[in-house]
Design a binder for this molecule. Sequence first.
Ligand code: ZN
Length: 194
Amino acid sequence: MNFKMVVKASYHDIPVEEYFDGACPECRSLVLKIRSSYKRLLPDLGAPREKRFLRIKINYFECETCGHSFSPKHLDYPSKLEYAPSIIHYALERYFRDNISGKKIAHVLKNSHEVEVPVDTVNSWIKRHSTDYLKSVNREKTLEHPESIKTVTIDGTYTSTGRDVIGKKKPVVSLSLTKQKNGTYLLTLSEMRS
Ligand SMILES: [Zn+2]
């Protein structure tokens, strides 16, 4: 295996057509004039010795029909975004799944993925996106056969243990669930006698 030491850059181009339908947002005319354009560069999650970038083409249009001038926005890459979403996703994943600190994540991003991100920025991502990240992780844990889940109904009777139960709790040996012939379930708690 030949280990490369030189860092090379690679670009993923995103054309305007990918996020703009070509119609004036005011009058839906398709006759537009490009006033100016540039390419917005966003650092992406790279590989060892490979710096990756997203290169998004941004156009400023002027509608030839109504005169409206505008610049279409890519919904996946809001203008205040400084890094590709894949980097932010990566940071959240390492933090929650692998239990790695923001400082270590910044280190790994720099040394293995060719992205320089300040530790404070990594920590701000974790703070800001934790709720959404955890929600999406929980959504992924959907069951393949939800119909196979049986619900246990408890009939509502109980025995009051009173105040003196503290310190006298009996160890539970087993909790078992048995399906009966009539289709109902029997929940049995067996205790050890001391
Ligand atoms: Zn127009």
